[in-house]
Design a protein around this ligand. Structure first.
Ligand SMILES: [Zn+2]
Length: 300
C-alpha cells in the first residue's frame, strides 16, 4: 500500500519533544498532545493522539485525565478550515483507566456535534475509578473511517491484559499502531489482577505481532513515552522480557514453596529499585496466577 505521508515528518527528531501546550506533528495526519500529568505511572504524561485533518475532522485517541486545560487545548487543536475548534468526528479510548478515559465526556460536551465516544465498556473486575461505558462498543477488527478529501482508517484490535477492556488501533494508511498502555516506551506495563491478566496480556502481544506483520506497521505510538521503531522486534523483545521474568518467578516459587507474594517479591524483582516494588507486586501476582493456571491446565 503506498504511504505518501510517511515521508512528511521525520519522527526521530520529535520523539522526546513532549508538549502539553502545543500539539507535536508526528506525521502529516497525526499529532500528539501530552497531558500535564507526568509521574511514576504515567512517564512524561498521557499521550493524546489526534488523527485527521482540518477538512475531514479528527479522531481523538485517549483524551486523558479530567484536566480542563488539556481538554480545552484538544478542542482548539481539532480546528476546521475556518479555525473553529471541536471538529471532532469520534473520541476513541484504548481503555478505562483514570489517566486515559475521564476526559472523553468533557471533550464531547465541548463539541457542538457531540462526537460519539467509542471503546469497550469496563469489565466488572475494573476498579471503581476505572468504570467506563462508551456510547458505542467496538467490534473486534472494526474499521473507523474518516473520509473526505482523503481517508484515514483506524482498525480496532482487542488486546486484553493490561486492562480487560483494552483495545489498540492501527492507522492502516500510515502503518502506525496506537498501543495505549499495552506497549509503553521507557517503562513496563503493570498487569494488575483481576482486571489485568498475564495470560491475556501475552496472547494479546501475539495478536499485535501478527497484526503488525499483516498490516506492515512501521511504528508504535504508545500512550506513555515516545514513538518506537521496528514494531516486530519491539513486541518480540517485550514478550521475551515477560517470559524471562516469569521463569524467574517460577524459580523463586520453587525455591520457597511455602513463601508468599511478600517473600517472593524481593527475590523475583531484585533487579529493580525497592521503590518500584509496590507496583511490581501487582505484576508478581499476575505472574503467580498465570503459572498456577498453566499448572492446572497441565494437571491430568
Ligand atoms: Zn492503563
Amino acid at each position: 500500500m503506498p504511504r505518501p505521508s510517511q515521508t512528511i515528518t521525520p519522527v526521530t527528531s520529535k520523539t522526546h519533544d513532549w508538549q502539553s501546550h502545543t500539539p507535536v506533528a508526528l506525521w502529516r495526519n497525526v499529532r500528539r498532545l501530552t497531558a500535564p500529568n507526568p509521574g511514576l505511572m504515567t512517564g512524561p504524561g498521557t499521550n493524546t493522539y489526534l488523527v485527521g485533518d482540518t477538512a475531514n475532522g479528527f479522531i481523538v485517541i485517549d483524551p486523558g485525565p479530567p484536566d480542563a486545560g488539556h481538554v480545552q487545548r484538544l478542542w482548539e487543536a481539532c480546528a476546521d478550515s475556518q479555525g473553529r475548534g471541536g471538529h471532532i468526528a469520534l473520541i476513541a479510548c484504548t481503555h478505562s483507566h483514570a489517566d486515559h478515559a475521564p476526559a472523553a465526556p468533557m471533550l464531547q460536551a465541548l463539541c457542538a456535534q457531540r462526537p460519539s465516544i467509542v471503546g469497550l465498556p469496563s469489565a466488572p473486575t475494573a476498579r471503581s475509578n476505572s468504570h467506563f461505558v462508551p456510547d458505542r462498543a467496538l467490534q473486534a477488527g472494526e474499521l473507523l473511517r474518516l473520509s473526505g478529501t482523503e481517508t484515514h482508517t483506524l482498525r480496532a484490535v482487542f488486546t486484553p491484559g493490561h486492562a480487560a477492556n483494552h483495545v489498540c488501533f492501527v492507522l492502516e494508511e500510515d502503518g502506525l499502531l496506537f498501543s495505549g498502555d499495552h506497549i509503553l516506551n521507557g517503562s513496563t506495563t503493570v498487569i494488575d489482577p483481576p482486571d489485568g491478566h498475564m495470560g491475556d496480556y501475552l496472547d494479546s502481544l501475539d495478536r499485535l505481532h501478527q497484526t503488525c506483520a499483516a498490516l506492515d506497521v512501521q511504528h508504535i505510538l504508545p500512550a506513555h513515552g515516545g514513538v518506537m521503531d521496528a514494531p516486530l522486534q519491539a513486541i518480540s523483545h517485550l514478550k521475551a522480557h515477560r517470559l524471562k521474568r516469569e521463569a524467574k518467578v517460577a524459580a523463586v516459587m520453587q525455591a520457597q514453596p511455602d513463601g508468599d507474594l511478600d517473600s517472593w517479591l524481593p527475590l523475583a524483582y531484585d533487579d529493580v529499585p525497592p521503590q518500584i516494588w509496590p507496583v511490581a507486586r501487582r505484576s508478581l501476582r499476575a505472574h503467580v496466577e498465570h503459572l498456577q493456571e498453566l499448572a492446572a491446565q497441565n494437571r491430568p
